[in-house]
Design a protein around this ligand. Structure first.
Ligand SMILES: [Zn+2]
Length: 138
């Protein structure tokens, strides 16, 4: 099956478009977590081959969007690593450090029009700093 000349966006492009909209409508970190001063998200991909995607790091400050969905680093994959739930929970509890692993559930085009599950795994680390609370005097 040869790629046709249709202008229809690929699933990966559609996913990317939806992602941009979601990101644009997310509230800022300052609104969502007023005490959070700085949030660092580090993504370390696990792949047993030489083509392992490079690690990614994101620094978020109060004016940034509190949006924690990261598209799979494979350009032909329509998957997104959604760290939103884990990070919202961590920030809600004022945790300073959270680690976990997620697996990409997107699909990538294979030979002969096959769709192959991506399955890329990522180790994520969240490190957050909060504004110092004034000490309670008794
Ligand atoms: Zn993927």
């Amino acid at each position: 099956m040869r790629p046709s000349s249709r202008k229809k966006p690929s699933p990966a492009q559609q996913r990317q478009e939806q992602w941009r909209k979601d990101r644009a409508s997310a509230q800022t970190l300052r609104n969502a977590y007023p005490t959070a001063e700085r949030v660092n998200v580090h993504l370390q991909f696990q792949q047993p081959t030489a083509q392992r995607p490079t690690a990614q790091s994101f620094e978020l400050y109060p004016p940034a969007r509190a949006f924690f969905e990261y598209p799979c680093p494979y350009g032909d994959c329509d998957g997104i690593f959604d760290l939103g739930a884990a990070i919202r929970e961590a920030l809600g509890r004022a945790s300073t450090r959270v680690e976990g692993t997620l697996e990409c559930c997107g699909v990538r085009p294979g030979d002969g029009g096959l769709k192959l599950p991506c399955g890329l795994r990522v180790n994520y680390t969240l490190a957050a700093q909060y504004k110092a609370e004034p000490a309670t005097r008794t």
